[in-house]
Design a protein around this ligand. Structure first.
Ligand code: LMR
Length: 407
């Protein structure tokens, strides 16, 4: 009977967002969910998205028919180019199977589900996540029956990358493990590998015959430069890896609720690569059909319109710079203010880290102090969504941090 169903805990992130909404304090600050806000603290519809939206709405051919199972072909083709680079040999050789998904989460899920069915079915195939990682990784992989472990990633003392720890842990993993990697703007730490470290890691992963699984949710959002943010994935593909990619358009297009994303499986160069890819695509089609039948059209239409039109694309790049630029300004403002206040500790990591998040190094106790005393909301691991800061609340936040650190 239904009585056997136990109570599950509330999702930590969305639970916190709800707690913020309930808080009546006029000074409350929301640094919880990674969603861009403008300098007025309001959601921002990218001007280019507004333009694409107007074009789609006024097009008499727009309708609400089903998309194909693999999604909007113009969208998936443009997504390949965006993530792999327009002149990628993998695209030319037709070595990529791409499926439109329910945003990045759907792409991670489709990839994990596919691997659970077809990757090393009779041997070890543990997935390795960075410690810490986006918490949803754990439940997505475990829901499809893949075991997981973590590799060290973040050095608490220096608040920077623990590359040696990461390297030796991945080296020690069973051959053929799945290594999940954040392509750029690591969530939650805001700390990425240098290109040199990516190269060393690629060599190790090749040696160990591991399978790289890239999660890319912030291309263009980290540095404001799409090619630079896509560098790691493009490098791995150049090295001939078989790999997969979960691509989200939530953040870089501000299409959070529209759930536009794409999953790519890239095979290694070989004479029968394109027949391998069509077999992979045939299996992905069955998985997709049984779960969502076909993906939601609206967000993909918007992204596709922009990605396939050079003028709109150029406007999008400007919009990306607006978002990443404002976040960089807030990093500088926060660090300056904390240093001005003489808040105990060092604060250079605030400007060293990149992307949507900063891993402040605040302890759980300090995080709770901030919530209780100052109505500032962030996850208990000390992650803040930088986009929640603006010129009106950054001083208030810095003072609140100062108080919490000294308490
Ligand atoms: C976040 O980490 O805040 C975002 O990626 C939102 C989510 O879905 O968890």
């Amino acid at each position: 009977s239904a009585e056997v169903v136990p109570q599950a805990p509330e999702d930590a992130l969305f639970g916190l967002a709800a707690a913020f909404r309930r808080d009546q304090d006029p000074n409350k600050v929301d640094l919880v969910i990674g969603a861009y806000r403008d300098n007025n603290g309001k959601p921002w519809v990218l001007p280019v998205v507004q333009k694409a939206d107007d074009l789609i709405r006024s097009d008499p051919n727009t309708n609400h028919e089903y998309l194909p199972i693999a999604g909007l072909a113009d969208f998936t083709a443009a997504s390949q180019k965006l993530v792999l680079g327009g002149d990628s040999p993998a695209i030319k050789d037709q070595r990529v199977a791409s499926f439109q998904t329910v945003s990045g989460t759907g792409a991670v899920h489709l990839g994990a589900l596919f691997l659970s069915k077809f990757y090393n079915p009779n041997t070890h195939r543990t997935a390795y996540f960075s410690d810490p990682t986006w918490p949803n990784h754990f439940q997505i992989f475990s829901n499809v029956g893949l075991p997981y472990k973590t590799y060290p990633y973040f050095h608490k003392e220096t608040r920077s990358l623990d590359f040696d720890g990461m390297y030796s842990n991945i080296q020690g993993a069973d051959e053929g493990s799945i290594v999940v990697l954040h392509a750029c703007a690591h969530n939650p730490t805001g700390v990425d590998l240098t290109q040199d470290q990516w190269k060393r890691l690629a060599e190790l992963i090749k040696q160990k015959k591991h399978f790289p699984f890239f999660d890319t949710a912030y291309q263009g959002f980290a540095s404001g430069d799409l090619a630079r943010d896509g560098w790691a994935i493009r490098y791995f593909v150049e090295q001939g890896f078989e790999l997969c990619i979960a691509q989200s358009y939530a953040k870089n297009f501000g299409l959070y609720g529209e759930r536009a994303g794409c999953f790519h499986f890239v095979t290694s160069p070989s004479s029968d690569a394109s027949s391998t890819v069509s077999r992979i695509a045939s299996q992905l089609a069955i998985l997709q059909r049984s779960e969502i039948s076909n993906p939601p059209a609206y967000g993909a239409r918007i992204a596709s319109k922009v990605l396939n039109d050079p003028e709109l694309f150029a406007q999008w790049e400007k919009d990306l710079k607006t978002m990443s630029g404002r976040i960089i300004d807030m990093r500088k403002a926060l660090r300056n203010k904390l240093e001005e206040l003489g808040t105990p500790g060092t604060w250079n990591h605030i400007t060293d880290q990149i992307g949507m998040f900063s891993f402040t190094g605040l302890t759980e106790k300090q995080v709770l102090h901030l919530r209780d005393e100052s109505h500032v909301y962030m996850t208990k691991n000390g992650r803040i969504s930088m986009a929640g800061l603006n010129t009106s609340n950054v001083d208030y936040f810095a003072k609140a941090v100062d108080k919490a650190v000294r308490s």
